[in-house]
Design a protein around this ligand. Structure first.
Ligand code: GDP
Length: 478
């Protein structure tokens, strides 16, 4: 009753069961003399786990440097359709210097690990087996940072294409280093120099041109350049990333693929991020739980345990977790079950609240007035590249004062897709569709996540809305 009254005085109509946005909570807190802190879903989950005696942050903090061991990098292959992502993933897998155990048959479980000879040592690299940035961004949207590094595949006979740029944007938004695989160099029309030239415009400058991005010419068809590509991956990882994990504790990681198998029940491929997973461990993955009954590697061989960066297929979960769900080893089955059930309840509530929490252009204007935001993130999709470029250029010309920045985190040609919406949820962006509509999945997801997607058919109208919003003058829509 009281809260509703205070809110009313703040000019906000609310019912006792309604969820409020972040800004309102802040004001409400001040009004009542409380210091209210907003919790993210990750924080909420941490809190839930600490209720079961697990403090994941403390655990990390307690880790000594000497507990940490070098782990393999986890790599995603991205690029334009038909530029050879799938073929390259196959070629890399065949390049494995350590033969799979006898009896093994290649399985596609969502990820695999290969061993390569690097500067006189055998080193492992883990590849996510689902090419493309869609799966990558979907996982990021779920809070999971799985990939350490991206290989951007560009066909040398085709050069930069729309999805090349899209993939690049997604990798850069995630802040991960990129190694460029210039593929199809066996083709008569191949022009690898041109690919290097084109990519400089996007901030990827080849080492041979004085930049710090490694470009490797490959042919996934004739299997050339693969060892050099793997070398480049390890060199880039060693130069810029501190990839270490403690293998000597209970495992934690992320589910990267899962399905229901007729005979075996729920099977999930998990990637270990720290610790070691063993058969017999009780785990919880998202809202699924169970005891690890059996584990298999990418050759279908049963393994008793899995160390950091190792993908394994796990059997024994109660239900199918989603890609991007984190998993944890839990002391006992009962606790695992309780956590899963609590999470399910939390999730149901979050789903309801989420739709109201994302930023809309109107929210942005309000938050701006209150000095609570510094940048407006935009994603632009349009029917033709000329229009997208024109819109982007005009938007960036809008003059605003120094306290606020306009960031275009992604642009592309084509319908607004689920992947765009996922990116918007990660980076709290607003999507501008110019002469395009969302596909069904994108529309559903945007509605579910509360992402503001705006459609325009005149550039001027889009400019006007953004400009007004940046200047704190957007009129609420009715
Ligand atoms: P994706 O859509 O990026 O996964 O591309 P795919 O791996 O399916 O490859 C698209 C087509 O290009 C297929 O017909 C491949 O056989 C072909 N391809 C892939 N890599 C090479 C290559 O290095 N050289 C040549 N000549 N063809 C290739």
């Amino acid at each position: 009753g009281n809260l509703v009254t205070v809110l009313f005085h703040l000019g906000q109509m609310a019912t006792a069961t309604e969820s409020l946005d972040e800004a309102t909570f802040g004001i409400l807190g001040e009004e009542l003399g409380f210091n209210i802190q907003m919790v993210s879903p990750e924080d909420e989950d941490r809190e839930l786990l600490s209720g079961f005696g697990m403090d994941l942050d403390q655990e990390l903090e307690d880790e000594e440097d000497s507990d940490l061991e070098i782990r393999p990098p986890v790599v995603t292959v991205m690029g334009h359709v038909d530029h050879g992502k799938t073929k390259l993933l196959d070629a890399i897998r065949q390049a494995n210097v350590v033969a799979g155990e006898a009896g093994g048959i290649t399985q596609h479980i969502g990820a695999y690990q290969v061993w390569t000879e690097h500067e006189g040592h055998e080193r492992a690299i883990t590849f996510i087996d689902t090419p493309g940035h869609e799966a990558f961004t979907a996982m990021r949207a779920r809070g999971a940072q799985v990939t350490d590094l991206a290989i951007l595949v560009v066909a040398a006979d085709d050069g930069i294409m729309p999805q090349t740029v899209e993939a690049l944007n997604h990798a850069q938004a995630a802040g991960i280093p990129i190694v460029v695989a210039v593929n199809k160099v066996d083709k008569p029309g191949a022009n690898p120099a041109k690919v290097r030239q084109q990519l400089t415009e996007f901030g990827l400058v080849a080492e041979e041109y004085g930049g710090d991005t490694m470009f490797v010419d490959v042919s996934a068809l004739t299997n050339t350049g693969i060892p050099a590509l793997l070398d480049a991956v390890l060199l880039t990882a060693d130069a810029g990333l501190d990839l270490r994990a403690n293998p000597n504790k209970d495992a934690r990681g992320v589910a990267i693929e899962a399905r229901l198998d007729k005979g075996r029940g729920a099977v999930a491929t998990v990637l270990i991020q720290s610790g070691t997973l063993r058969v017999g461990d009780s785990i919880v993955a998202g809202t699924a739980y169970g005891k690890v009954r059996a584990m298999f590697d990418e050759d279908g061989v049963a393994v008793p345990e899995a160390a950091p960066a190792r993908p394994v297929q796990v059997q024994g979960l109660s239900t199918v977790p989603r890609a991007g769900d984190t998993f944890l080893v839990i002391e006992d089955d009962r606790t695992a079950r309780q956590i899963a059930e609590k999470r399910e309840a939390v999730e149901r509530n979050a789903q309801l609240a989420r739709a109201r929490k994302r930023i809309t252009l109107e929210d942005f204007t309000r938050a701006l007035e209150e000095g609570k935001v510094e940048s407006l993130n935009l994603i632009i999709k349009g029917d033709v590249s000329g229009a997208v470029e024109a819109l982007e250029e005009s938007l960036l010309k809008i003059e605003v004062d120094d306290s606020v920045a306009l960031r275009i985190i992604h642009r592309g040609v084509g319908a607004v897709t689920e992947s765009d919406v996922n990116l918007a949820t990660v980076d709290n962006a607003i999507i501008i569709g110019f002469n395009v509509r969302p596909d069904t999945k994108a529309r559903e997801r945007a509605a579910r996540e509360g992402v503001d997607v705006r459609f325009y058919s005149v550039i001027y109208a889009a400019l006007e809305d953004i400009e007004n919003s940046l200047k704190g003058m957007l009129k609420p829509e009715f």
